[in-house]
Ligand binder design. Structure first.
Ligand SMILES: [Fe+2]
Length: 247
């Protein structure tokens, strides 16, 4: 276990029956237990909202959130839970940006925004600009999967300059997604371009919660300061609607 004992997970699919995450209540409970065992104390559940794929309504998410809270309470897990969405950048998000019918991460104005990965640099910058002009700050989900970043990691600088925050998956850092992703995330970490690391956990077998393991890895490779900032300070600031240090 890492010496960091109060990690925050801002991006995960632990809520059952709403997307391709937890299959049922049993798997949800097991995932909550694993998060707690990894040293996580605060979780924001982020079910997908994606046109033609995951269109679960906010009301359904609200109902299932109550169910997850009950599971955590009955198991006496030391977890504080929030819920938001992982918004795919598509027609639903673009329309909701106009009506501001969106649920940010915690008390601030940060939205977890997922790209298909195939967008080019201009399309990504246009999207960031559109989200920002609507009054929100985009936190780009698993930015290491985006083709534009694979082509040129330095494009991450431009995204940051345009006002985007960048999230990387713990699994990519730990090499679960292959060597290419691992090397890319290492570069982004070395260049201090990452804002938040999250689990993006979906299940108990393949895409599992392992933020504690990732914290240990980061402490060894980059020092405790970086681990603390990306796994605790920055996600906490986002949830509280506070400015992130250095932004
Ligand atoms: Fe996700």
């Amino acid at each position: 276990m890492s010496s960091l004992e109060k990690l925050v997970d801002l991006h995960c699919h632990l809520m059952p029956y709403v997307d391709d995450g937890a299959y049922d209540e049993d798997e949800c409970l097991e995932l909550l237990k694993r998060e707690a065992a990894q040293g996580v104390r605060t979780i924001c559940l982020t079910p997908h909202l994606r046109a033609d794929m995951f269109e679960t309504t906010d009301e359904e998410v609200q109902e299932h959130f109550a169910q997850v809270q009950r599971l955590a309470r009955e198991a006496e897990l030391p977890l504080t839970l929030y819920h938001s969405r992982e918004y795919h950048y598509d027609r639903i998000l673009r329309s909701r940006l106009q009506t501001r019918d969106l649920r940010p991460l915690g008390a601030g104005n940060t939205l977890l925004v997922e790209f298909s990965g195939r967008e080019d640099e201009a399309e990504m910058l246009e999207a960031v600009d559109r989200v920002r002009r609507s009054g929100y700050t985009p936190l780009v989900a698993h930015v290491e999967r985006c083709f534009a970043i694979h082509e040129d990691w330095a494009f991450a600088h431009e995204l940051r300059s345009a006002g985007a925050l960048l999230q990387v998956n713990a699994g990519s850092i730990l090499g679960r997604e292959g060597l290419r992703q691992k090397l890319l995330t290492r570069k982004l970490l070395q260049k201090d371009l990452v804002t938040v690391i999250a689990s993006d956990a979906h299940d108990t077998s393949v895409r599992v919660p392992e933020l504690g393991l990732c914290a240990e890895h980061l402490e060894n490779k980059f020092g405790r300061g970086l681990a603390r900032r990306l796994l605790w300070e920055n996600p906490t600031a986002i949830l509280n609607g506070q400015t992130i240090r250095g932004e």
